[in-house]
Design a protein around this ligand. Structure first.
Ligand code: SAM
Length: 177
């Protein structure tokens, strides 16, 4: 299992970012996302996209993100610009996940992340050591973790699917027997 935990959510200001953490987790191969309990609006959007475009993907609220980290039965990856370079640790993380079957919790922040998280993480990982965005960091990290295989994923229980095309936009209803 690969789950993504969003730490912190400032209502209003973080609405799109938190939603995009959820949508990116879903699109790029994670199994579920855990959002802070004041991010109900983001949860609704992610659940709605999953209903329309398929899953399986789970979105949940948590009133104790720290508890999720503390009690995680697997390995914890905290994405931070201060961490070790993703290209230096990705093999080790893939081995834990793929070869040893360790569930991975990927933690991303919003504002300042408390030092406890740095200490609780098995790996603090930087996608570059430059400041940027939790959405970008998550996307690159998941793509490295899955080595691009997430791009081939099939979706189940979708109502609609996009037909890829060079020009134009086509969305078709999905008839499932
Ligand atoms: N300045 C805050 C701090 O010192 O904790 C971080 C705020 S940043 C806008 C929000 C989140 O984006 C971070 O918590 C981290 O998860 C992610 N992030 C930003 N830059 C990153 C990078 N270079 N690599 C990995 N994650 C990054």
């Amino acid at each position: 299992e690969v789950a993504v935990l969003r730490l912190g959510h400032r209502p209003g200001r973080d609405e799109r970012m938190t939603t995009h953490v959820g949508l990116t987790a879903r699109a790029l191969g994670a199994d579920r996302v855990l959002l802070p309990d004041n991010a109900g609006q983001s949860l609704d959007t992610v659940a709605d996209i999953t209903d329309r475009f398929g899953g399986p993907f789970d979105v949940e609220l948590t009133d104790s993100p720290q508890g999720i980290i503390r009690n995680w039965d697997g390995r914890v990856v905290h994405l931070t610009m201060y961490g070790e370079r993703v290209q230096d640790v990705e093999r080790e993380i893939r081995a834990a996940h793929r070869d040893d079957g360790e569930p991975i919790l990927v933690v991303v922040g919003a504002e300042k992340v408390s030092f406890d998280v740095y200490e609780a993480a098995d790996w603090n990982v930087g996608v570059t050591n430059q400041p940027h965005s939790e959405v970008a960091g998550l996307a690159v990290f998941l793509d490295r973790l899955f080595e691009g295989r997430e791009l081939e994923r099939e979706w189940v229980d979708a109502d609609q699917r996009v037909i890829p095309m060079a020009t134009g936009k086509r969305v078709e209803p999905v008839d499932e027997e």
